[in-house]
Design a protein around this ligand. Structure first.
Ligand SMILES: [Zn+2]
Length: 387
């Protein structure tokens, strides 16, 4: 059965012809509430939009790194996600323990607090649907701000030691955006990447320790002109997009006109794109619901594994990013709401460059070649007859 291109992919792929900006009647509501530039109003940059949206559909992809010079719309695109963020089940635990039904399935009733256990026993929900949020890491963030630490305020006011939650714990089931990730202190980047990879992290300060959830969609942007990212960090983002300025005159003019429209009346531009934005948000929600029914046939897995082998990529994170992105893409392209969805080779091809690029490490390649040479020498020496 031929798959139809879904509405979501159609919206993302659309050439976005210049639209007439409606003369909307808006009252001045102050700067704080000014709408964001709609993601879908970005001209071109289909790969960037796709990579961002796939991560909203399937957080297992492992985030996305956008690499490119200034002024190519990276930050605008990330902030434009705000209007597309799906809802997630968020704990309503009255004790702030973050109790969730999944914990009960995995570990039994002892995994949640008595208040939540009682609620579950009465058949009442202990989570409620809540939109994901976009949290931006402040440029001057310190390690204690991010992972949490001993509260100086509580120590001063109440003369006791108290562990305060960091920004990472607020990023649970949310999107964490790190601008200029290549300029961040190494311990900070390592802490965030570890927490994102494991979905939880532990803060230890002397005798105190606390563990928090950190299931987050990590989005990083960087300008390679301002310093490279360590290869081992680059590998830890599921997808990588190289964002370049557009070259066609018509596209550049469209960008100029649209930016100008946004500057002169951001409400009008947002209203102009409201219909597409709402449709895309709904499609993302539906794709998330479909995702558990999306299966990866073995023959498609084998195609992906062959590409990874032929490209000599070592990192096992590659399979997770490649296959989970393909599942998200298939979930987005499926046209039937309920039935089982099989990932096709075309689905895999559509997203493969995002997952495969910039994962090879020439250093590691050389290192392993040297290692193999030495191994062979060792075996030869061991096999040689004694004289
Ligand atoms: Zn609870």
């Amino acid at each position: 059965m031929a798959k139809q291109v879904s509405q979501l992919l159609d919206i993302l792929n659309r050439a976005n012809p210049a639209k007439r900006v409606l003369a909307a009647h808006t009252t001045d509501r102050g700067l704080a509430e000014a709408p964001h530039y709609p993601l879908l109003a970005l001209v071109g940059q289909v790969e960037m939009k796709l990579a961002l949206v796939l991560n909203l559909i399937n957080p297992l992809i492992g985030g996305v790194l956008l690499m490119g010079p200034r002024g190519t719309g990276k930050t605008t695109a990330v902030r434009g996600l705000i209007d597309l963020l799906p809802t997630v089940p968020r704990s309503t635990c009255p004790n702030g323990n973050g109790c969730e039904p999944e914990a009960v399935f995995a570990q039994g009733m002892d995994a949640i607090c008595p208040a939540c256990a009682e609620k579950l026993g009465r058949g009442e929900p202990i989570t409620m649907p809540d939109p994901m949020r976009l949290i931006e890491l402040p440029l001057n963030a310190r390690l204690d701000d991010v992972i949490g630490g001993i509260s100086a305020r509580v120590a001063l006011e109440q003369n006791r030691v108290h562990l305060e939650q960091g920004l990472l714990s607020q990023a649970d089931q949310n999107v964490l955006y790190i601008d200029e990730v290549n300029l961040l202190d190494e311990p900070l980047v390592d802490a965030i990447l570890d927490a994102a990879a494991q979905g939880q992290y532990t803060v230890r300060r002397g005798p105190l320790a606390a563990t928090y959830r950190s299931r987050l969609v990590l989005i990083g942007t960087m300008n390679p002109e301002e310093g490279v990212l360590r290869p081992q960090i680059q590998d830890r983002f599921g997808l990588r997009v190289v964002v370049r300025g557009l070259t066609k005159e018509a596209d550049r003019l469209a960008i100029y006109h649209r930016s100008q429209a946004y500057r002169s009346n951001s409400y009008a531009l947002a209203i102009d794109w409201l219909e597409e934005t709402r449709a895309a948000a709904q499609e993302i929600g539906e794709a998330r619901e479909r995702l558990p029914k999306v299966e990866l046939p073995h023959k498609v897995e084998r195609v992906g594994l062959r590409w990874i082998r032929d490209l000599k990529i070592d990192s096992h994170r590659t399979e997770m990013a490649l296959f989970e992105a393909a599942r998200a893409y298939a979930a987005a392209s499926a046209d039937s709401p309920d039935s089982r969805v099989l990932v096709s080779e075309q689905d895999l091809r559509a997203i493969a460059p995002l997952a495969l690029r910039q994962r090879q490490s020439s250093f590691m390649h050389e290192y392993f070649v040297q290692h193999e040479v030495e191994e062979r020498r060792i075996r030869r020496v061991m096999q040689a007859k004694g004289q």
